[in-house]
Design a protein around this ligand. Structure first.
Ligand code: SAH
Ligand code: SF4
Ligand code: F3S
Length: 443
């Protein structure tokens, strides 16, 4: 509005890539409403947290932040809680942190402009909470992507799987997909803007169902990867139950589809998988791994593991360890089980001590480190293409990422030519470490 100083906002994001991308859409939406983003809480009129509640520690972060900055309310600043903690705790947040004016879950972001108007009009408490009924996705033309080369596209939101330990079906609403036409239009638009890498997102990305019935998930993958100008397509996270062979076939036949699959297993014990309500057993999971291992191009495989799920015995845990050996993962994210509100597992007896969970986690991570140390050696001597992500000035090395999602630190011959950030370079690997590779650029 003419004459009025522009309102400002600060936004901090916690949690997964879906949250990171939601924040890009929220930022774009706020900017379209006349707000300007600032980088400190002190400079902002509106302070927003996009929250995660996957484990207790993640959830506590937002309450720490709110307590730290409570005194700023006296200066007229407003606070808003977005995302998974907002949806999970709802109006209880106002009781715990009375200086909060807005609580909004991700399934209600399309109402943000209306909610902002209410806050500006002085309304004390504004809520946007989902009842698992919405069929709509948060599609907006105002996405403020932070990286000019690589960008996210959400293709499916929510989750209907209800694994026994997990808050996501409660925090993100029911499963709903975008039409393949709208996904492809967004990919084309990104390519026109100069993006070369697209990452397709969903809590279970491969449970995608085109509402227009035009494309399967594997067909959509291939179509996005064939968009002129797009050089790399990634997708995360895949659920093993819905992981079809056609996904492997798409990777085999479309070179721009990255040769990396993140396939969370959670446990190597069929008994525990059943208790977790994961909808597959060890053998079925390994069958999917076998499809990938027999692919015409080598596919790197990563996973998520939970240790110490209620009732997990030492024998169950050892089955997880043996699964790591059997699969030979290129990377894992491992977590101690954290009891979560609303989830069925909350009511299970959980006799495993925190100390024992920590021990299992350490044993698992140590084993995986050995596996990665060994597996990464196979890259030594290979030349691969990397997308150049940055430069480590201190070490005089560039940082790139391969199609297999491996981090490659590399040197360049004195005098150049030098790689461009966001561009692509060919790198020959000379040394391997458990978590990265070292190499030199090939001209
Ligand atoms: N949709 C994905 C997972 C999304 S959540 C899938 O089904 O695989 C990301 C990861 O957080 C999960 O894979 C799981 O390993 C971990 N996680 C989820 N809930 C958890 C809990 N209550 N305690 C510990 N880890 C948890
Ligand atoms: Fe959570 Fe399971 Fe859904 Fe993954 S599939 S988001 S672990 S409920
Ligand atoms: Fe966290 Fe919600 Fe993502 S709980 S992991 S931010 S879906």
């Amino acid at each position: 509005m003419p004459g009025e100083p522009q309102r400002t906002f600060y936004l901090e994001t916690f949690g997964c890539q879906m949250n990171v991308h939601d924040s890009e859409k929220v930022i774009g939406t706020l900017m379209s409403q006349g707000y300007r983003q600032v980088s400190t809480v002190e400079d902002a009129d509106l302070i927003l947290y996009n929250t995660c509640s996957i484990r207790d520690k993640a959830e506590q972060k937002v309450f720490h932040r709110l307590a730290d900055y409570k005194k700023l309310q006296a200066q007229g600043k407003k606070f808003g809680v977005l995302g998974c903690v907002a949806q999970q705790e709802g109006e209880k947040i106002f009781e715990r942190a009375p200086h909060v004016s807005m609580v909004c879950g991700s399934a209600s972001y399309r109402n943000l402009p209306k909610m902002l108007v209410q806050i500006e009009a002085g309304k004390q408490r504004v809520t946007g909470l989902d009842d698992r009924k919405t069929d709509e996705c948060f599609e907006t033309e105002f996405t403020a992507r932070t990286n000019p080369h690589r960008g996210y596209i959400t293709i499916i939101e929510g989750c209907d799987k209800f694994c026994a330990y997990c808050v996501v079906p409660f925090t993100r609403g029911k499963e709903r997909s975008r039409t393949s036409d709208s996904v492809l239009a967004e990919a084309r638009q990104m390519a026109d803007l100069g993006y070369t890498e697209v990452q397709l997102l969903g809590q279970n990305v491969n449970s995608y169902k085109d509402p227009a019935g035009k494309k399967s998930f594997a067909e959509l993958l291939a179509a996005v990867a064939e968009t002129p100008g797009i050089k790399r397509v990634r997708f995360t996270t895949s659920h093993p139950r819905d992981f079809g062979r056609d996904i492997v076939e798409a990777i085999e036949s479309v070179p721009t589809l990255c040769d990396h699959v993140h396939l969370p297993v959670q446990s190597g014990s069929t008994r525990v998988l059943h208790a977790m309500q994961r909808l597959y057993n060890r053998e079925q999971y390994l069958e999917r791994i076998a499809w990938m291992k027999s692919a015409k191009r080598e596919i790197s495989i990563t996973t998520d593991v939970i240790v110490g799920f209620p009732g997990e015995t030492e024998a169950d845990f050892e089955e997880t360890l043996s699964l790591l050996d059997e699969v030979g993962y290129d990377g894992i994210f491992a977590f101690k089980y954290s009891p979560r509100p609303n989830t069925p597992a909350l009511h299970l007896a959980d006799p495993i001590s925190d100390q024992e969970k920590s021990r299992r986690l350490a044993v698992l991570q140590d084993k995986q480190k050995q596996i990665q140390m060994h597996r990464n050696q196979r890259h030594v001597g290979q030349t691969v293409e990397v997308m150049v992500e940055g430069k480590n000035e201190l070490r005089g090395q560039w940082v790139g990422r391969s199609s297999q999602n491996k981090v490659l630190n590399f040197t360049v011959q004195p005098g150049g030519p030098y790689p461009a950030i966001g561009g692509y370079a060919r790198v020959r690997t000379t040394t391997s470490f458990p978590n990265s590779l070292l190499g030199e650029m090939v001209v």
